[in-house]
Design a protein around this ligand. Structure first.
Ligand SMILES: [Zn+2]
Length: 275
């Protein structure tokens, strides 16, 4: 009998390059008896190993092919094929159209195609795609980022849900995907084409009726606390910044519990959401 909780751990939230102590975008989603690595941004492969053995990753889901969300697929590929992890290959890899060719082209040392498909069972995403991984349902929606890009909703068999925006500007498909979710992880890079500002992240969370908002991928123009304060002007629920190492146990709306997983003994419990 597996642990029936649904949780997400922040592996990194820096943009557009990793900082000491904060990798680029990446999250570990655990639930339904499986572990899914969501976005493989620079530095997240190392952080992932704080929480799970690499051989125990059941699937990888990548929102888009910008390096700050996908670069560590390159090193994961080597680990899977050459590090003797004992993983059952290939590992399911969900990503935008062209992801297999992109990896194969980057990794090859000559005219021959790199054996990407030996490491990964590549499944290209499309708008509205629904996939099952263990006891989790993964729904992907196309979002606006100026290139093929997706947001993700993860639901477990007990009805808990979390939604991740990937990188995108405000768009109806994201609001639909995030409708009434328990936890909404939304980027807040800044008010530029292809991204949300902190205020816009708050608005999207409010429009969707999300139970709780986690601000991630906050651009360098704002400190995390400033971004949270700005989002709070548009969204009445609880808002937390995606500090690296933070873990969220997702429960039905209003009862999500936050733990700082890197510092055992300093567990904190957030106040209940007002929603
Ligand atoms: Zn990004």
């Amino acid at each position: 009998m597996f642990d029936r909780s649904l949780r997400v751990t922040v592996l990194g939230s820096a943009t557009p390059f990793p900082r000491p102590g904060n990798a680029c975008s990446g999250y570990l989603v655990e639930g339904g008896g499986v572990r899914v690595w969501v976005d493989a941004g620079t530095g997240t492969l190392a952080e992932l190993q704080r929480h799970v053995a690499l051989g125990d990753v059941d699937a990888v889901w990548v929102s888009h092919l910008h390096a700050d969300h996908s670069a560590d697929l390159l090193t994961f590929y080597y680990a899977l094929l050459y590090a003797g992890l004992g993983t059952a290959l290939p590992v399911p890899l969900f990503g935008p159209v062209g992801i297999a060719d992109r990896l194969a082209g980057f990794l090859t040392n000559g005219p021959a195609r790199s054996p990407v498909e030996t490491a990964f069972d590549v499944q290209e995403l499309y708008d509205g795609q629904v996939a099952r991984v263990g006891g989790l349902t993964l729904t992907s929606r196309a979002v606006e980022h100026g290139l093929p890009a997706f947001a993700l909703r993860v639901e477990d068999e007990d009805g808990r849900s979390l939604v991740y925006s990937g990188d995108c500007e405000p768009c109806p498909s994201l609001v639909e995907l995030a409708r009434d979710c328990d936890l909404f992880v939304c980027e807040a890079d800044g008010e530029t084409p292809g991204h949300h500002s902190a205020v816009q992240a708050g608005r999207t969370a409010a429009e969707a009726g999300a139970g709780r908002l986690v601000l991630t991928h906050v651009g360098s123009a704002l400190a995390p606390g400033e971004a949270v304060a700005l989002a709070a002007g548009a969204y009445e629920g609880d808002i937390v910044h995606a500090d690296p190492g933070l873990r969220f146990d997702v429960t039905r709306q209003g009862r999500t519990v936050t733990r700082r997983s890197r510092t055992p003994g300093r567990t904190t419990t957030s106040p209940a959401s007002s929603r």
